[in-house]
Design a protein around this ligand. Sequence first.
Ligand code: CP
Length: 342
Amino acid sequence: MNLKGKDYIETQDLSVGEIEHLLDTAVQLKADFHAGKATITLPNQTVFLLFFDKSTRTRNAFEAGATQLGAHAHFLDSSATQISHGETATDTGIILGSMGHAIAIRHDLIPGAGNSYMREVAAATDVPVINMQCDIDHPTQTLADLMTIRETFGNDLEGKKIAVSWAYAPSYAKPLSVPQGLITLMTRFGMDVTLAHPPEFKLMEPTMQAARGNAKEAGTKFDVTDDMDAAFENADIVYPKSWGAYDLMHERLDLKTQDQLRANEEACLKLNAKYKSWICDERRMKIAAKNSIYMHCLPADRGSEVTDAVIDGPQSVVFPEAENRLHTAKAIMQCMMRERPF
Ligand code: CP
């Protein structure tokens, strides 16, 4: 399996076999990391990390991971680059691509903007473009999530039920890309997926269609409900997290000033506050299957999305899940980056 030079923008772009190869590589890299074994597979290579939004896990997984593979991760805050003066995605892609070996991008807060930006960069360069979270998918997160689920339940996940649920958060209108990434990836890997959200928090229709198609092809189930308890019923994996209302967030494409953006964010949070009862607590964990696990991509709004008792409790796997961001980021870089000339 040779993925050298391939982009990693949505898991839908990769075959099941290619994703299996990334997971196998991550498992091996994790074992090597814990054994203290050096894995200098990308010496002298550079990955540019271009961020339009904040990050703790993703940035550090790629920075630490690049170091551990012998490469260098070069952090770029988009607001401190000429992108903020209007330099185009194409020009940025050509230039960064001519200087390094991969371009990783996070651009996730404006539905309709991030994924198309990445695809424009990818069209302009021969180096792989890696999606560190866009408006549509968060494929480095969901790969780590799948790795974590397999570590818990084994590789055969047939008949396992995952509840992907909206949850209340007062902090900010979070992107839709994690639930969208989960419903598209997990339906391909044996799991029955139930998506739960209040009526205003629908996901993007093309993603819903993709999840339905994946479930049909893989012989899994994909159900949707507006009842968080119903989604949790007998679930083996619960993944409750907040996301913003698509219709409101989509308006950001046309907003020009900071005042307009602030007002939009306030409107998003006001809508969130209608559904404060959508919290993952001990009562809801009792509705799930006895040996169920609690997952969250983090950061979690403690006390709103989830109680401390659950996130710090015995069913929570959030910290191993976060560590797996490192191993999967390394697998993606190792499999996709390549030496020049190419
Ligand atoms: N889960 C995740 O992507 O975390 P960060 O936003 O901290 O990168």
